[in-house]
Structure formats: C-alpha cells, structure tokens
Design a protein around this ligand. Sequence first.
Ligand SMILES: [Zn+2]
Length: 186
Amino acid sequence: MDEGAPGGLESVRTLLNTWRIPNDTRRPTDDLPALLADPSAWERMIPGIRHPHDEAGRQEVERLRGDLRVALTDGTDHLNELLADQRWHLAIDGANADEPVRWTAEPASITGDGLAIVTTSLTAGTWSRLRACPDCQWVFYDTSRNNQRTWCAMTAADGGRGCGSIAKTRAYRQRRQRRPEQLAPG
Ligand SMILES: [Zn+2]
C-alpha cells in the first residue's frame, strides 16, 4: 500500500511523515520529539539527514520539516529561496543509474542534508512524485504510470473513513445531478 520513495528521498518522506492527521482521530500528531530522542532509531529511519546533537539542531530539523512541507505543496518559489542559502557542490556518479547527479550542500548541515536529497531527487525526476495527501497529510510516493494520484492509499478498512472519500462522493453526486440517467451508483 505504501511503497516508499527511491534513494535518499525516503529519508525526507519519513521526516515529513513524523507529522500527520490520522483518519481515526483527525487530530494532528507529531512523532518528531520521540524520534529525536532516539538516535539509533533516527539513523535507521532517516539515514540521509544527520541527527541533531543539541537544541539548536532539533529546532533546525523542525524548521526543515516545515519548509519541505511547504515546498512540497506550494511549488518552486519557496524551494528556490531555501536553495539560494546554500553553496552547492555536485558530482556525477556513473555507477548510480537512478541518481546519476549527486548534490551536496557546503558547509555540511542538517538543512543542507535535507535540501541535497531534494536537489538530487529533482535531478533524478523523482521529486515530482512525492505528494502530501490533502486529507490526512500523509506523504506518499506516487508509483502510478500517469503520476496523477491525489490521495494516499488509506482506506476505510485501515480505521476511520478513507482519504478522498468526501471529495469523491461530492464529485459523484455532482456528476449524477448533471446526468442522472447515465450513471449507476458505485
Ligand atoms: Zn490520506
């Protein structure tokens, strides 16, 4: 149901998903404090971004998560502002067919680690497949052929109502009002 993103992008996806609005409770939850307090869990789940050692670093992680959420939903303007604050080094990795161009921010930093994953993923063409579900805010990687998935794969069977179900019902009703004779209930 939730396949994960390729390469380093999965570290960014995992970081973004520490904040979400689960369907069963509909209340925003934040797993970041717990994850920050457990360095070995952090390194297992978010290997692409260095673990912060102090309070300033923890605040930087939280800011990075917010910035990347905005970048994911608001397009390139916010992203360009973030990228402009870094000095970039790029290297070609001939052995890595999926991510042939590797970007690194200098000097190394938590923010630089996160943004380097984004630029590497932009170059590889995978960033545009990372998307936040409009209902539960879960960030998923769209593996569909036409890259047009809007909602996460959360269904009613997972607890609560399924994502997109309100919008889908509304769209169905509107279609039925327009053409009542042509649509069977589904
Ligand atoms: Zn969802």
